[in-house]
Design a binder for this molecule. Sequence first.
Ligand SMILES: Cc1cc2nc3c(=O)[nH]c(=O)nc-3n(C[C@H](O)[C@H](O)[C@H](O)COP(=O)(O)OP(=O)(O)OC[C@H]3O[C@@H](n4cnc5c(N)ncnc54)[C@H](O)[C@@H]3O)c2cc1C
Ligand SMILES: *[C@@H]1O[C@H](CO)[C@@H](O)[C@H](O)[C@H]1NC(C)=O
Ligand SMILES: *[C@@H]1O[C@H](CO)[C@@H](O)[C@H](O)[C@H]1NC(C)=O
Ligand SMILES: *[C@@H]1O[C@H](CO)[C@@H](O)[C@H](O)[C@H]1NC(C)=O
Ligand SMILES: CC(=O)N[C@H]1CO[C@H](CO)[C@@H](O)[C@@H]1O
Length: 649
Amino acid sequence: MLRPRAIFAVAATILLIRPCSAYPELVDKIKARQINVGSLRSSYDYIIVGGGQSGLVIGNRLSEDSSSEDPEFDNPGQLEPSSATSYPARDLFNVTTVPQTAIGGKRVSVYAASVVGGGSTVNGMLFDRGAAEDYDNWAALGNHGWDFAGLLPYFRKSTKFGTPDAAIVREYNITWDPNAYGNGPIDVTFPSWQWPTIKVQWKAWNEVGVPTMTDGESGNAFNAYWVPNNVDSQSRRSYAKNRYFDPVSTRQNLHLLTGYRVNDIQFSSTKRAQSVRIQQRGTANGAPTTTISANQEIVLCAGWLNTPLVLQRSGIGPQDLLTRAGIPVMVDLPGVGSNLQDHPATQIRFQYTRDVQPNQASLYSNQTFQAWAQQQWQQYRKGPLSMLVGNALATLPLPTMLTTYQSLISRVNSQTASQYLPNTYGAANVRGFEAQRRVLMASYASLKNGVVEIPFSGGGGTSLVLEKPLSRGTVLMNPSDRFADPTVDYNTSINPIDNELFVAMIKFYRRWMQAPSMQQLGPQEQSPGSSITSDQQIISYATQGMISSTAHSCGTAAMMPQDQAGVVSPELLVYGVTGLSVGDISMIPLIPATHTCATVYAIAEKWWLRHYDKLHPHINDFQNYHYQLEDNNGNDANHYLFSSRPSSN
Ligand SMILES: Cc1cc2nc3c(=O)[nH]c(=O)nc-3n(C[C@H](O)[C@H](O)[C@H](O)COP(=O)(O)OP(=O)(O)OC[C@H]3O[C@@H](n4cnc5c(N)ncnc54)[C@H](O)[C@@H]3O)c2cc1C
Ligand SMILES: *[C@@H]1O[C@H](CO)[C@@H](O)[C@H](O)[C@H]1NC(C)=O
Ligand SMILES: *[C@@H]1O[C@H](CO)[C@@H](O)[C@H](O)[C@H]1NC(C)=O
Ligand SMILES: *[C@@H]1O[C@H](CO)[C@@H](O)[C@H](O)[C@H]1NC(C)=O
Ligand SMILES: CC(=O)N[C@H]1CO[C@H](CO)[C@@H](O)[C@@H]1O
């Protein structure tokens, strides 16, 4: 039965919560907690700006309490595997970039969710983690505790692995590391179907020097490896809303308000974040605002697009931008809205003239097969229709693709960094980029970290994705109308080395197609086409079809040292003020070679750790707890803690 969809009709969401820290057991449980603006309290302990993916995780953890299940208002269509490839426009902010000069001057769409659950509600459900080096790089940029070892407990804490269909696992040799998962809210598993052609593709990777990794999720997400989905055993979406919010929505201390946006944050004379001003979304700027204050902290979880915008509107950002907008400068932080990164992508197409049967086309061309697939799905929720976007990635280290990789690296090192950065970047931004470039170049030379990603699932064509771009962009408030859409500029491929990496990727893809095993499929290149051979021709092909974003935008309130245009400290606290933190994807300093959903859960879970001692004063052995959490294979340390809490009767 269709449940009310109202929640999906709204865009911005605000989550306000008031933890009952001392005696949670005394709170009477009344049904919550989607409230209207009239029922708001005037103050809360914590205000979370953005009820998206990270916001719901943080709301759950902060309001933690024993509670009962009360799932409600799911959009059933959004739970189905088919939703992995259809991003509903009503759930996304309608924003495009300024013309991207290096890829033909086109304006490209950006992907920023505007719905409860955020990106996790609408995304493709490919659920992977980066290589250990991706996160070790964050730590190397001055962020103690944010290496892979420091994040693994939170990757575990947020997930639970469900054993997939044994026959499919055997037939396709699907591998995973059970120790990489815990007993957490997000269900992770493999669907009960793969296309047989993929067996040939795996073999062909091995033949061109790309080994199979059997435990990509344990820090080994490079070379070729299997990637699960965040779905339950019925291939239904498992995401922030139905796993982190619905089960706790009866908590009296957790309020979710939808349909409003946070305009800005107000500060005390000592620069303590005190309150947020909210306004109904879609109303004219003169519409009434409501002010709500926070006793403890305001947490920004509005995503890569809106977290920097809220900061800029609040007087935290690049001084000259704020001045031009007539906003008094609270803190001059030139990193707010800079350091924008995503994974740009282009397409390549080969046709298999002697494909094995059945193959992806059978779903459209073979009625017998189609009918069988329908029946498998309707009766058992199994078969081809249980599949989402595929489950295998080749994430290739540069030395694997390019024997001359050392020369490419020295050309990067000899670039004048500022030459290829947006002209809004000042000295601190350039220093930050130079620091990133140092760790990035070590990763370019590494055999344990990929620079590009090639998803494969049996088809001859795919997206070719650049995982470690050098180009950097910006998200900047419109100085003449702070409530207008921000100006987004990825500056895609503005650094010419990014295009060289696309050339290497396309050439390597052709080599893969020439591997001995691949020949049984009769691969035939359709685009770019065999007449496109010179680097220059390949670049013009790649940039023509290039998109700036594969929906992994990040970095716009980066965790970097303040003199390198950082916005937050390793504790995720915004520099220069108190009582304000960032809990979402904006904090990422350097984009990891992975789709970002799993990483956002880990970030949000780790955000919450800092508050544990405050919220649970009866636990006086915090250090020990900390140790335990990092050491317990993710078997939900909460249970251990709950059992040590004074009982409620
Ligand atoms: C279409 C799409 C497909 C994707 N596919 C994949 C995939 O297959 N695999 C993968 O791993 N990752 C994927 N991702 C990426 C991943 O889902 C995101 O990186 C992640 O969800 C970001 O989480 P977040 O909490 O930082 O922001 P979000 O989840 O975007 O949350 C931001 C929230 O803030 C709210 N908000 C914004 N402004 C305001 C304001 N002023 N006041 C109040 N609230 C506000 C928004 O409405 C939203 O609810 C995809 C993302 C998208 C959008
Ligand atoms: C998005 O914005 C454009 C231009 O402002 C407009 O033409 C289009 O209708 C909008 N799309 C949606 C889904 O609102
Ligand atoms: C399965 O994978 C393992 C590990 O890569 C490999 O050693 C083995 O040969 C594979 N078996 C088949 C049947 O492909
Ligand atoms: C169509 O699919 C059926 C069922 O999978 C299969 O037996 C048959 O060989 C297929 N036909 C063709 C032409 O591939
Ligand atoms: C759209 C665009 O090209 N934006 C900027 C990209 O970076 C260069 C500097 O290399 C700027 O001059 C552009 O304005």
